[in-house]
Design a protein around this ligand. Structure first.
Ligand code: HEM
Length: 142
């Protein structure tokens, strides 16, 4: 499956969730904070609006390859998050896991094997970026 098809499948799964259940944002953060108490502490002063804006950026990232280019949005965002906020690659992993589990559980029987694969592939690609960025950051600060 090429990238455009991948993005289309991701978009379809999110649209179906929105139609069937509604806003997934509160469930994603609830799950994320249950799985990672340090992330919860890091985000304790964020309100629902900030969380909503952050989630909107996550969706943009998922829906466009451009953001993954060197020097693109993801690199810029990782500079902020890893350096300034103290987020870690493990937190990214858990955050993404929370998104996918919320979707899959919410959609139940309507969740498909294809979606499972597509989400896994795209998130793996983003996570590779996150880890490379983190190791460069650690090298610079060694
Ligand atoms: C790809 C994943 C992510 C994207 C695209 C993203 C994007 C953003 C954006 C755009 C904001 C600013 C929102 C605003 O105030 O307008 C933000 C804030 C923040 N994010 Fe993320 N984020 C991501 C993952 C994470 C993860 C995994 C953590 C770990 C806990 C995290 C922690 C924070 C914190 C602590 C703030 C608030 C900083 C403050 O107090 O102003 N983010 N994020």
């Amino acid at each position: 499956m090429n990238s455009d098809e991948e993005i289309e499948q991701i978009s379809l799964s999110l649209t179906l969730y929105a139609e069937r259940i509604g806003d997934m944002v509160p469930f994603v953060y609830e799950r994320f904070f249950e799985l990672d108490k340090n992330a919860k502490t890091l985000m304790e002063y964020s309100d629902e609006h900030m969380r909503g804006r952050m989630f909107a950026s996550v969706l943009e990232l998922l829906m466009s390859d451009e953001h993954l280019d060197a020097g693109g949005y993801l690199d810029w965002e990782l500079d902020n998050h890893l350096r300034a906020y103290g987020a870690t690659p493990a937190m990214y992993e858990t955050f993404f896991e929370s998104v996918v589990t919320t979707l899959a559980e919410g959609l139940g029987d309507e969740w498909t094997e294809i979606w499972s694969q597509v989400w896994q592939d795209r998130l793996a690609r983003i996570m590779t970026h996150v880890k490379v960025h983190e190791s460069r950051f650690l090298e610079l600060n060694a």
